[in-house]
Design a binder for this molecule. Structure first.
Ligand code: M6R
Length: 628
């Protein structure tokens, strides 16, 4: 039994980090990078720069990045060739100017920024206080800055000093630091928190993710767990915490800076919903040849794939609903038992894992701490691991034996949309490949399913055309206090996702139910006027679920529910009982969720918009939940 690893921290933290060394334009690079990382969520921002004259200058402000930008416009900061920038989500100490990063060493020559939480900061602070140090802020980060300053004085240079500091830290962290005595150097370290290198020409970059520097370079290098990086204008060195060189792999960012811009859309969410046909098409592209699935991505699993006897899917939130859909497909096509577990519950349930178990993690960001810890648990237990991930070089992808990247492009809005459909497409590709490996489907059956899958992008285009009607509905319903979502079989995860989208975006109480469960309790919630979305299976469904769901609709309609049905085009049986029918194109049963989820996403977005809410950055939420 592997040991449970202690969670690195108990509260959510996000933060954006940018580092730059190269030409005397640091401020522009840092502010541009921080702007692209804004989606991560933050409540203060700051920069530190080593000027051409060799001075260390800083500026930091509570509030949005625009507050810092206005401040810099009112009173300029001298630019330089070396800098670090940070957006902070308050954890230790409120979102104030003083608590914002960077923090300085005692002599003011060194600046440090930090993402994550240093759990043993109180103990380290006590040590420094006893040594005569004083502190301005309430942060754990200032402790790391003072500690690093003290270590620097002990000699050996900045990277070596950082190595001596990080081995003393407990928790999760990405740290970046610079020192005026090493004017063309930025160092960074990471543990359980992301950091990526951007390789330029006579300049190099660091960022929480590639969005921080993609407008300057698409050449990137992911930094492994417990590693230190040193960048200068012409060199990049990666070592472990003890200074031993490690090999780092370069990769090409597959999207350009314009993909992470709104491009005329009212919100990233609107843009990303509209990009779903492409997200699916790009995930399928190059992976279907001659009616077969070709997945060189699985090479890392070697012979293990043919030998697995069970699959456990782990994921959180929207990704877990994609996982539920994966279960239906994998069990049907590859005839292998599949269970789906929330990552944060997984390792506490003492799961039975053997070398023949394949643990499939699903994560858009590839940095979700709950999922990362679950993957590590699976690795320690000797299971084979596969990740389905949207972010190249992300930690979860790197930790796993193999990764199938979804090619949804950068997802900036906090609530997930296009990553969800891309995750389903990737799972279905995997399911059909596994069916071939296990001989559970004939070549014709696989070809038929691949035809269905390949037709999804075109059908998604058709679904997107219904958005005007859904917008009207959302406006009418903007004062709803609770909305219910029902589905059966593959419609059930869609109902759960519809409810999650409405909670996240519009802050409306929403519940998703398996329609068969209604009579076991939830039907008591139905009262006159209660809006209920129903994901209706196709009338062609071989299991006769269509008739059962239509009966459910009648039951709740009789009790006054207002029925909004997402149903196959031409489904005449639903019409008499629904207040509104949102049509989706015909698709095979397993493929309907890829279409049915879209009206629910649009509904949540439009209702939130009608309420005047920020659909890209809903309250209290982070895009990438990098702590437990
Ligand atoms: O990056 P991940 O896919 O691992 O994130 C998992 C969840 O945190 C994420 O899907 C979350 O539920 C979203 N807010 C959903 O919109």
């Amino acid at each position: 039994m592997p040991q449970l690893r202690e969670p690195p921290c108990k509260i959510e933290s996000m933060c954006g980090i940018v580092g730059y060394v190269g030409r005397p334009k640091s401020l522009e690079v840092l502010l541009g990078g921080l702007r692209r990382l804004e989606y991560r969520g933050y409540d203060s921002a700051g920069v530190a720069i080593i000027t051409e004259e060799g001075d260390l200058v800083t500026r930091k402000r509570a509030g949005k990045l625009s507050v810092l930008v206005d401040d810099l416009a009112a009173e300029a900061l001298t630019d330089g060739s070396t800098g670090i920038g940070h957006t902070r989500w308050a954890t230790h100490g409120g979102p104030t100017d003083v608590n914002a990063h960077p923090h300085l060493s005692r002599d003011g020559k060194l600046a440090l920024i930090h993402n994550g939480i240093i759990e043993n900061f109180a103990e380290l602070k006590a040590e420094l206080l006893a040594d005569g140090y004083t502190f301005e802020s309430e942060t754990d980060t200032e402790v790391a800055a003072k500690l690093l300053g003290r270590e620097y004085e002990a000699g050996g240079g900045l990277a070596a000093a950082l190595g001596r500091v990080v081995v003393r830290l407990e928790g999760a962290f990405t740290l970046l630091a610079l020192h005026r005595d090493e004017p063309l150097v930025v160092v960074g370290a990471r543990r359980n928190s992301p950091l990526v290198i951007g390789l330029g020409d006579g300049e190099n970059f660091l960022g929480s993710d590639v969005a921080a520097f993609v407008e300057h370079t698409r050449r990137a290098v992911a930094i492994g767990q417990d590693q230190i990086v040193t960048i200068t204008p012409d060199s990049v060195t990666v070592t472990d915490f003890f200074g031993t060189d490690v090999e780092a792999q370069e990769f090409q960012v597959s999207w350009d800076a314009s993909a992470a811009e709104k491009g005329g859309w009212s919100s990233f969410m609107a843009k990303e919903i509209s990009e779903q046909p492409e997200a699916v098409a790009n995930t399928l592209r190059t992976r279907i040849h001659d009616d077969r699935v070709v997945l060189p991505d699985l090479a890392g699993l070697g012979e293990k794939l043919a030998d697995i006897d069970r699959i456990v899917i782990i994921a959180c939130g929207t990704a877990s609903y994609a996982g539920m859909l994966g279960k239906y497909a994998l069990e049907k096509w590859a005839r292998i038992p599949v269970e789906v577990q929330l990552s944060h519950e997984f390792r506490y349930s003492e799961p039975v894992l053997t070398p023949r178990t394949l643990v499939v993690s699903i994560s858009q960001s590839g940095e979700t701490m709950d999922t990362l810890m679950a993957v590590k648990y699976a690795i320690d237990a000797g299971a084979a691991t596969l990740s389905i991930c949207n972010t190249q070089g992300a930690t979860i992808a790197r930790e796993s034996d193999a990764v199938i990247y979804t090619h949804a492009g950068p997802e900036v809005a906090v609530a997930s949309t296009k990553a969800f459909v891309a995750q389903i497409a990737a799972l279905y590709l995997f399911g059909l490949h596994l069916a071939e490996v296990r001989g559970t489907l004939s070549g014709d059956e696989i070809a038929g399913a691949l035809d269905e899958l390949s037709s999804i992008p075109g059908k998604l285009e058709q679904v997107l055309l219904t958005s005007t009607r859904i917008q009207e509905l959302a406006k009418w319903m903007s004062d709803s206090r609770a909305v219910l979502f029902l589905g059966r079989h593959v419609g059930y995860p869609v109902a759960l996702e519809g409810a999650l989208k409405l909670k996240e975006l519009a802050y409306i109480h929403a519940e998703g139910f398996a329609a068969g469960e209604l009579k076991h309790g939830p039907i008591a919630l139905i009262e006159p006027g209660q809006p209920v979305f129903v994901v209706v299976p196709s009338p062609r469904d071989p299991n006769s679920l269509h008739a059962k769901v239509v009966s459910n609709i009648q039951e709740i309609r009789a009790r006054g529910a207002r029925i909004l049905a997402v149903a196959e085009q031409g489904d005449a049986a639903v019409l008499p009982f629904a207040d509104e029918v949102i049509p989706i194109p015909l698709a095979g049963a397993l493929f309907e969720p890829l279409l049915a989820v879209v009206p629910l996403q649009i509904f949540a977005m439009e209702l939130a918009t009608a309420k005047g809410l920020d659909v890209d950055q809903p309250r209290n939420l982070a895009k990438s939940v990098t702590v437990e």
